[in-house]
Design a protein around this ligand. Structure first.
Ligand SMILES: Nc1ncnc2c1ncn2[C@@H]1O[C@H](COP(=O)(O)OP(=O)(O)OP(=O)(O)O)[C@@H](O)[C@H]1O
Ligand SMILES: [Mg+2]
Length: 341
């Protein structure tokens, strides 16, 4: 069976091909020009997707060594994401599916991340605790099977990646902030500043807005203008902030692990690329004697492979979707419910 996966929810266009159980192509084109604006400009993003999607698709088929007529299932991200960007990939997939009379599977981008550990050789085992840490979301989930996911906690304000990006901007590092903070933190002292970890009403929820404000207050109080922070102290702030984010994530995960039994844990999404956060979760997994699956970097950020994989599992579970299925921009239309049996 050949499954196509198309991703275009934000600033990455990606096309992947899975032949039976083997990933044959996962081409990712990142829109680097957004860094000139300090963030993603939605209109420019959808135009860039439109320009690249056809050549990227042709290259992916070439790389996988297949013809278009061999595709059995067409999957594409339907949301959440930027509406204009989503429409490019989703409508491209609908067009392919309609012209080839092959099933069309709209994929929830977060479900793509949630199951991205299955793209690795060492796969998660059900039930597993999934920690989604991405640009727009921070979630704690109990993943019982490919058709049953329970949400345990979410973010009440900023997502982890958003906090990295905002703090990076505040410290003058540029965009996207995560990798730049990680790099600065390598030369900083993480114990220098004790930034607080917020407590939430639901004990498994996350809140990163307060942490961001604490960094802002610390900078204002000690330096006035962020531009006057000496480089070594900027690195200390980055390292201390990174430690606080990791603590927030791992402390909630540990709380869940005390209450529920899992066979594995998987940390996914763009922020899972962070080496400090990966290490923090490795320590918990070792202590708890729990299998840990953190995808390699290619599968942490947005990619078509995770969309193709999720489309394949939905198809194999017998899910059918109409070509009328609409793109959805936000979490409000999150479709976890369609998997609860
Ligand atoms: N090494 C890193 N350390 C920390 N954060 C990182 C690192 N690399 C990337 N990130 C962050 O990951 C985020 C992007 O992740 P991803 O592409 O999964 O998010 P998204 O697709 O925009 O959001 P979502 O998946 O929630 O819709 C950005 O906020 C970026 O700063
Ligand atoms: Mg994402």
């Amino acid at each position: 069976m050949i499954t196509l996966g198309i991703e275009s929810s934000c600033d990455e266009t990606s096309v992947a091909v899975i032949v039976d159980n083997e990933l044959k192509a996962n081409l990712i084109s990142s829109q680097d020009f957004h860094k000139n604006f300090g963030g993603v400009i939605p209109e420019l993003s959808s135009r860039a997707h439109l320009q690249i999607i056809v050549p990227l698709y042709k290259n992916a088929l070439n790389l996988a060594g297949i013809e278009q007529s061999q595709i059995d299932v067409v999957g594409a991200t339907a949301g959440p994401g930027l509406i204009g960007s989503l429409l490019v990939g989703l409508n491209f997939a609908k067009g392919l599916s309609f012209s080839m009379k092959k099933p069309f599977i709209p994929v929830n981008h977060l479900e793509g991340h949630i199951f991205s550990g299955f793209l690795m050789e060492e796969k998660p085992e059900f039930p597993y605790l999934c920690v989604v840490v991405s640009g727009g979301h921070s979630l704690l989930l109990s993943v019982k099977s490919f058709t049953e996911i329970r949400m345990l906690g979410t973010t009440v304000d900023d997502a982890a990646g958003e906090a990295f990006d905002k703090v990076a901007k505040l410290l003058g590092f540029g965009y996207p902030g995560g990798p730049l903070i990680q790099k600065a933190a390598e030369n900083g002292d993480e114990t220098k500043i004790d930034f607080p970890v917020a407590q939430c009403k639901n004990e498994f929820d996350f809140s990163f807005s307060g942490l961001k404000t604490s960094v802002l207050r610390y900078v204002q109080k000690n330096y006035g203008d962020p531009r006057s922070i000496p480089e070594n102290e900027r690195n200390d702030i980055a390292a201390s902030f990174q430690r606080a984010v990791a603590n927030a994530l791992t402390s909630k995960a540990k709380k869940v692990l005390r209450r529920q039994r899992f066979k594995a844990m998987s940390v996914v999404g763009g922020v899972a690329a962070n080496t400090y956060i990966r290490k923090s979760f490795e320590e918990i997994a070792a202590k708890e004697n729990l299998k840990l699956v953190v995808p390699k970097l290619e599968f942490c950020g947005d990619n078509g492979a995770m969309i193709a994989f999720r489309a394949k599992t939905l198809y194999e579970a017998g899910r059918k979707f109409s070509l009328d299925y609409q793109a959805f921009p936000s979490m409000k239309k999150l479709n976890f419910d369609f998997m609860k049996k």
